[in-house]
Design a protein around this ligand. Structure first.
Ligand code: NAP
Length: 247
Protein backbone atom coordinates (compact mmCIF):
# COMPACT_ATOMS: atom_id res chain seq x y z
CA UNK A 1 0.00 0.00 0.00
CA UNK A 2 1.37 3.38 -0.98
CA UNK A 3 1.89 5.84 1.86
CA UNK A 4 -0.67 8.52 0.88
CA UNK A 5 -3.40 6.44 -0.77
CA UNK A 6 -6.74 8.22 -0.20
CA UNK A 7 -5.10 11.47 0.95
CA UNK A 8 -5.64 14.86 -0.69
CA UNK A 9 -2.59 17.12 -0.90
CA UNK A 10 -2.41 20.76 -1.97
CA UNK A 11 0.99 21.94 -3.25
CA UNK A 12 1.49 25.61 -4.18
CA UNK A 13 4.01 26.77 -6.77
CA UNK A 14 3.72 23.29 -8.27
CA UNK A 15 4.42 23.99 -11.94
CA UNK A 16 8.20 23.72 -11.68
CA UNK A 17 11.20 23.22 -9.43
CA UNK A 18 10.77 22.09 -5.84
CA UNK A 19 6.96 22.30 -5.89
CA UNK A 20 6.74 20.12 -8.98
CA UNK A 21 9.09 17.54 -7.40
CA UNK A 22 6.97 17.50 -4.22
CA UNK A 23 3.76 17.09 -6.24
CA UNK A 24 5.21 14.20 -8.29
CA UNK A 25 6.50 12.53 -5.14
CA UNK A 26 3.16 12.72 -3.32
CA UNK A 27 1.29 11.48 -6.40
CA UNK A 28 3.68 8.53 -6.64
CA UNK A 29 2.74 7.73 -3.03
CA UNK A 30 -0.94 7.61 -4.03
CA UNK A 31 -2.18 11.08 -2.98
CA UNK A 32 -4.65 13.04 -5.10
CA UNK A 33 -2.56 16.15 -5.66
CA UNK A 34 -4.01 19.62 -6.11
CA UNK A 35 -1.49 21.73 -8.01
CA UNK A 36 -1.67 25.49 -7.56
CA UNK A 37 0.30 28.08 -9.51
CA UNK A 38 -0.14 31.29 -11.50
CA UNK A 39 0.46 29.96 -15.03
CA UNK A 40 -2.28 27.48 -15.89
CA UNK A 41 -0.67 26.08 -19.07
CA UNK A 42 2.51 25.04 -17.22
CA UNK A 43 0.46 23.65 -14.36
CA UNK A 44 -1.77 21.61 -16.67
CA UNK A 45 1.30 20.13 -18.37
CA UNK A 46 2.59 18.91 -14.99
CA UNK A 47 -0.86 17.55 -14.07
CA UNK A 48 -1.06 15.67 -17.39
CA UNK A 49 2.40 14.23 -16.93
CA UNK A 50 1.52 13.03 -13.41
CA UNK A 51 -1.67 11.45 -14.76
CA UNK A 52 0.32 9.79 -17.59
CA UNK A 53 2.53 8.22 -14.91
CA UNK A 54 -0.58 6.78 -13.22
CA UNK A 55 -1.04 9.48 -10.56
CA UNK A 56 -3.96 11.69 -9.62
CA UNK A 57 -3.47 15.45 -10.15
CA UNK A 58 -5.59 18.48 -10.86
CA UNK A 59 -4.52 22.02 -11.78
CA UNK A 60 -5.91 25.14 -10.11
CA UNK A 61 -4.77 28.57 -11.16
CA UNK A 62 -4.40 31.03 -8.28
CA UNK A 63 -2.10 33.72 -6.99
CA UNK A 64 -1.41 32.54 -3.43
CA UNK A 65 -1.41 36.17 -2.26
CA UNK A 66 -4.99 36.66 -3.45
CA UNK A 67 -7.10 35.56 -0.46
CA UNK A 68 -10.34 35.33 -2.46
CA UNK A 69 -8.71 33.18 -5.16
CA UNK A 70 -7.18 30.90 -2.51
CA UNK A 71 -10.56 30.55 -0.78
CA UNK A 72 -12.13 29.57 -4.13
CA UNK A 73 -9.55 26.82 -4.70
CA UNK A 74 -9.92 25.41 -1.19
CA UNK A 75 -13.74 25.51 -1.32
CA UNK A 76 -13.69 23.67 -4.68
CA UNK A 77 -11.23 21.04 -3.40
CA UNK A 78 -13.20 20.46 -0.19
CA UNK A 79 -16.44 20.15 -2.21
CA UNK A 80 -14.94 17.68 -4.69
CA UNK A 81 -12.89 15.54 -2.35
CA UNK A 82 -14.55 16.13 1.02
CA UNK A 83 -11.15 16.36 2.70
CA UNK A 84 -7.80 18.16 2.67
CA UNK A 85 -5.06 16.17 4.39
CA UNK A 86 -1.89 17.98 3.34
CA UNK A 87 -0.91 21.54 2.53
CA UNK A 88 2.57 22.36 1.26
CA UNK A 89 3.14 26.11 1.11
CA UNK A 90 5.90 26.15 -1.49
CA UNK A 91 5.18 29.11 -3.83
CA UNK A 92 7.90 31.70 -3.43
CA UNK A 93 9.74 34.47 -5.23
CA UNK A 94 12.92 36.51 -4.84
CA UNK A 95 13.54 40.21 -5.59
CA UNK A 96 17.13 40.59 -4.42
CA UNK A 97 19.02 43.78 -3.57
CA UNK A 98 21.06 45.32 -0.80
CA UNK A 99 18.75 46.87 1.76
CA UNK A 100 19.87 50.43 1.16
CA UNK A 101 18.83 50.09 -2.48
CA UNK A 102 15.88 47.71 -2.00
CA UNK A 103 12.76 49.17 -3.55
CA UNK A 104 9.58 49.23 -1.50
CA UNK A 105 7.76 47.34 -4.28
CA UNK A 106 10.34 44.53 -4.10
CA UNK A 107 9.92 44.31 -0.34
CA UNK A 108 6.13 44.21 -0.71
CA UNK A 109 6.13 41.67 -3.58
CA UNK A 110 8.24 39.13 -1.67
CA UNK A 111 6.35 39.50 1.61
CA UNK A 112 3.05 39.31 -0.27
CA UNK A 113 3.76 36.01 -2.05
CA UNK A 114 6.02 34.21 0.43
CA UNK A 115 4.46 35.22 3.73
CA UNK A 116 0.90 36.35 3.03
CA UNK A 117 0.45 33.51 0.52
CA UNK A 118 1.37 31.02 3.26
CA UNK A 119 -1.04 32.72 5.66
CA UNK A 120 -3.84 32.69 3.07
CA UNK A 121 -3.61 28.99 2.31
CA UNK A 122 -3.08 27.95 5.94
CA UNK A 123 -6.14 29.92 7.00
CA UNK A 124 -8.24 28.58 4.13
CA UNK A 125 -7.57 24.88 4.92
CA UNK A 126 -7.52 24.96 8.68
CA UNK A 127 -11.28 24.62 9.32
CA UNK A 128 -11.46 21.50 7.12
CA UNK A 129 -8.47 20.00 8.94
CA UNK A 130 -9.90 20.85 12.37
CA UNK A 131 -13.22 19.24 11.45
CA UNK A 132 -11.33 16.09 10.37
CA UNK A 133 -9.12 16.20 13.49
CA UNK A 134 -6.24 15.55 11.10
CA UNK A 135 -3.92 17.61 8.98
CA UNK A 136 -0.34 18.16 7.95
CA UNK A 137 1.04 21.53 6.88
CA UNK A 138 4.60 22.10 5.67
CA UNK A 139 5.93 25.57 4.88
CA UNK A 140 8.93 25.76 2.55
CA UNK A 141 11.26 28.21 4.26
CA UNK A 142 14.95 28.73 3.42
CA UNK A 143 18.40 28.66 4.94
CA UNK A 144 18.21 32.45 4.44
CA UNK A 145 15.38 32.57 6.97
CA UNK A 146 17.68 30.97 9.55
CA UNK A 147 21.04 32.67 8.95
CA UNK A 148 20.07 35.79 6.97
CA UNK A 149 21.61 36.59 3.60
CA UNK A 150 23.18 39.80 2.34
CA UNK A 151 21.08 41.09 -0.56
CA UNK A 152 18.00 39.16 0.54
CA UNK A 153 16.59 41.09 3.51
CA UNK A 154 13.06 40.85 2.08
CA UNK A 155 13.34 37.14 1.22
CA UNK A 156 15.07 36.17 4.49
CA UNK A 157 12.47 38.08 6.52
CA UNK A 158 9.64 36.36 4.64
CA UNK A 159 11.21 32.93 5.22
CA UNK A 160 11.84 33.60 8.92
CA UNK A 161 8.19 34.65 8.92
CA UNK A 162 6.91 31.33 7.54
CA UNK A 163 8.91 29.51 10.22
CA UNK A 164 7.34 31.62 12.99
CA UNK A 165 3.94 31.21 11.33
CA UNK A 166 4.39 27.41 11.34
CA UNK A 167 5.38 27.38 15.00
CA UNK A 168 2.52 29.65 16.05
CA UNK A 169 -0.07 27.62 14.13
CA UNK A 170 1.48 24.39 15.47
CA UNK A 171 0.78 25.67 18.97
CA UNK A 172 -2.80 26.60 18.05
CA UNK A 173 -3.82 23.32 16.41
CA UNK A 174 -1.61 20.63 17.97
CA UNK A 175 -4.51 19.47 20.13
CA UNK A 176 -6.62 18.99 16.96
CA UNK A 177 -4.33 16.34 15.47
CA UNK A 178 -2.71 18.78 13.06
CA UNK A 179 1.05 19.19 12.69
CA UNK A 180 2.70 22.26 11.18
CA UNK A 181 6.40 22.21 10.27
CA UNK A 182 8.87 23.94 7.99
CA UNK A 183 11.54 22.67 5.63
CA UNK A 184 14.48 24.99 5.08
CA UNK A 185 16.32 24.18 1.84
CA UNK A 186 19.85 25.44 1.26
CA UNK A 187 21.03 25.88 -2.33
CA UNK A 188 18.82 23.74 -4.57
CA UNK A 189 19.37 23.56 -8.34
CA UNK A 190 16.19 25.08 -9.83
CA UNK A 191 15.21 28.01 -12.08
CA UNK A 192 15.36 30.26 -8.99
CA UNK A 193 19.07 29.60 -8.44
CA UNK A 194 19.99 28.99 -12.09
CA UNK A 195 19.92 32.74 -12.75
CA UNK A 196 22.66 33.46 -10.18
CA UNK A 197 26.09 34.46 -11.55
CA UNK A 198 28.76 31.72 -11.67
CA UNK A 199 30.93 33.45 -9.03
CA UNK A 200 27.99 33.49 -6.62
CA UNK A 201 27.35 29.77 -7.22
CA UNK A 202 31.06 29.07 -6.63
CA UNK A 203 30.97 31.02 -3.36
CA UNK A 204 28.00 28.94 -2.19
CA UNK A 205 29.80 25.69 -3.04
CA UNK A 206 32.70 26.76 -0.86
CA UNK A 207 30.50 27.03 2.25
CA UNK A 208 28.58 23.79 1.63
CA UNK A 209 30.40 20.92 3.41
CA UNK A 210 28.95 18.36 0.96
CA UNK A 211 30.41 20.43 -1.94
CA UNK A 212 27.37 20.05 -4.17
CA UNK A 213 23.98 21.69 -4.67
CA UNK A 214 20.81 19.95 -3.57
CA UNK A 215 18.15 18.68 -5.95
CA UNK A 216 14.39 19.28 -5.76
CA UNK A 217 13.92 15.60 -4.86
CA UNK A 218 16.07 16.10 -1.74
CA UNK A 219 13.52 18.63 -0.48
CA UNK A 220 10.59 16.43 -1.57
CA UNK A 221 11.93 13.57 0.59
CA UNK A 222 11.90 15.73 3.72
CA UNK A 223 8.37 16.95 2.93
CA UNK A 224 7.20 13.37 2.35
CA UNK A 225 8.54 12.40 5.78
CA UNK A 226 6.87 15.32 7.57
CA UNK A 227 3.53 14.53 5.89
CA UNK A 228 3.74 10.84 6.76
CA UNK A 229 2.63 8.94 9.84
CA UNK A 230 6.33 8.47 10.69
CA UNK A 231 6.33 12.16 11.67
CA UNK A 232 3.07 12.00 13.65
CA UNK A 233 4.64 13.44 16.83
CA UNK A 234 6.77 16.11 15.13
CA UNK A 235 5.37 19.64 15.05
CA UNK A 236 6.69 23.19 15.09
CA UNK A 237 10.06 22.03 13.74
CA UNK A 238 12.37 23.15 10.97
CA UNK A 239 14.07 20.44 8.91
CA UNK A 240 17.12 21.78 7.07
CA UNK A 241 17.98 20.28 3.68
CA UNK A 242 21.21 22.13 2.95
CA UNK A 243 24.21 19.78 2.66
CA UNK A 244 25.49 21.19 5.96
CA UNK A 245 25.61 24.81 4.77
CA UNK A 246 24.13 25.96 8.04
CA UNK A 247 24.06 23.87 11.21
P1 NAP B 1 10.88 28.30 -8.76
O1 NAP B 1 11.50 27.33 -9.70
O2 NAP B 1 10.93 29.76 -9.08
O3 NAP B 1 9.34 27.87 -8.56
C1 NAP B 1 8.45 28.62 -7.80
C2 NAP B 1 7.05 28.43 -8.35
O4 NAP B 1 6.14 29.25 -7.58
C3 NAP B 1 6.94 28.90 -9.81
O5 NAP B 1 6.21 27.96 -10.56
C4 NAP B 1 6.22 30.22 -9.67
O6 NAP B 1 5.46 30.55 -10.81
C5 NAP B 1 5.31 29.94 -8.49
N1 NAP B 1 4.77 31.17 -7.94
C6 NAP B 1 5.41 32.38 -7.83
N2 NAP B 1 4.58 33.28 -7.34
C7 NAP B 1 3.39 32.67 -7.14
C8 NAP B 1 2.12 33.10 -6.66
N3 NAP B 1 1.93 34.38 -6.29
N4 NAP B 1 1.11 32.22 -6.59
C9 NAP B 1 1.29 30.92 -6.99
N5 NAP B 1 2.46 30.46 -7.44
C10 NAP B 1 3.50 31.31 -7.53
O7 NAP B 1 11.49 28.15 -7.31
P2 NAP B 1 12.02 26.88 -6.49
O8 NAP B 1 13.48 26.98 -6.45
O9 NAP B 1 11.36 25.62 -6.93
O10 NAP B 1 11.49 27.30 -5.05
C11 NAP B 1 10.35 26.74 -4.42
C12 NAP B 1 10.32 27.21 -2.98
O11 NAP B 1 11.51 26.81 -2.32
C13 NAP B 1 10.23 28.72 -2.83
O12 NAP B 1 9.41 29.05 -1.73
C14 NAP B 1 11.66 29.10 -2.54
O13 NAP B 1 11.74 30.31 -1.84
C15 NAP B 1 12.12 27.93 -1.73
N6 NAP B 1 13.56 27.75 -1.69
C16 NAP B 1 14.28 27.51 -2.84
C17 NAP B 1 15.65 27.36 -2.76
C18 NAP B 1 16.52 27.05 -3.95
O14 NAP B 1 17.73 27.03 -3.79
N7 NAP B 1 15.96 26.84 -5.13
C19 NAP B 1 16.29 27.46 -1.52
C20 NAP B 1 15.55 27.71 -0.39
C21 NAP B 1 14.19 27.85 -0.49
P3 NAP B 1 6.10 31.52 -11.94
O15 NAP B 1 7.41 30.93 -12.33
O16 NAP B 1 5.09 31.53 -12.99
O17 NAP B 1 6.25 32.86 -11.25
Amino acid sequence: MRRFEGRVSIVTGASQGIGEAIARDLAAEGAAVVLVDVQLDKLEAVARSIADAGGKAEAHQADVADAAAVERVVTAVAATHGRIDHLVNNAGITRDGLLMRLREEDWDAVIRVNLKGTFNFSKAVIRTMIAAKYGRIVNIASVAGLMGNAGQANYAASKAGVIALARSLAREVGVRGITVNAVAPGFIATAMTDVLPEDVKKAYLEIIPMKKFGLPKDVASAVRFLLSDDAAYITGQVVSVNGGMYM
